[in-house]
Design a protein. Structure first.
Length: 216
């Protein structure tokens, strides 16, 4: 945090309406200012290099790069900057993967404004922020009798591919969304099916719904 106790925040989200909504929420606080915003992963990194900030609100689903990929780069270049991940996804594997990659916290976009403000203040003070739901999830993972689920062994890209296929996207659409080749996405799909011992997209989708990785 700065010497004047003003928390400088950068908002990185590809939806303008989300960025504006977050700005309005933070405008009502006396100690948090939005220093800049970014609409892509590449922009987020550029802004972080140009503007000194305390906290970055980073959407996990960016159009050009995985939010976790961006997070890893930011954590490497700016270890003192707290990155609070924002997502529409349930607080399950994405949250745990984000924390392992260096995030200071993970917040669902449907959270109340007060929770967002509290989370920003907490991570700016050098603490981690986790919601009660995520705390329970982490406790489950740490318990001795917890058996790792098949999807927990996937790489970040494989997991992202799993979620997108289960959400109804084709390999071509995923490739376009992530700015990767169809061949690369097909490779991720093949790997994740092998690792999870699944045969095709229908089984993959059934698994994702059954384990609440995506909404029905």
């Amino acid at each position: 945090m700065t010497s004047k106790s003003i928390i400088k925040v950068v908002i990185a989200d590809d939806h303008a309406i989300v960025r504006e909504g977050l700005k309005q929420i933070l405008a009502d606080t006396g100690d948090i200012v939005v220093a800049a915003d970014a609409e892509s992963g590449a922009d987020a990194v550029k802004v972080a290099r140009r503007k000194k900030c305390d906290v970055m609100l980073l959407d996990i689903s960016m159009p050009d790069r995985s939010g976790i990929d961006v997070l890893k780069q930011l954590h490497k270049e700016f270890p003192d900057m707290a990155v609070l991940m924002l997502s529409m996804h349930r607080e399950d594997q994405y949250a745990i993967r984000s924390l392992k990659a260096g995030a200071a916290g993970y917040l669902n976009k449907q959270s109340a404004p007060d929770e967002l403000v509290n989370a920003i203040r907490q991570v700016a003070a050098g603490k981690k922020y986790i919601s009660p739901a995520l705390a329970q999830e982490l406790a489950n993972h740490l318990s001795e009798d917890h058996e790792a689920m098949p999807h927990e062994g996937l790489s970040d890209r494989e997991y992202q591919t799993l979620i997108m296929i289960a959400s109804g996207k084709t390999v071509s659409e995923i490739a376009a969304d992530l700015a990767l080749s169809v061949k690369t996405i097909s490779m991720y799909r093949t790997r994740l099916l092998q690792k999870m011992k699944l045969r095709h997209n229908a089984e993959l989708t059934h698994y994702a719904i059954k384990h609440h990785l995506v909404e029905e």
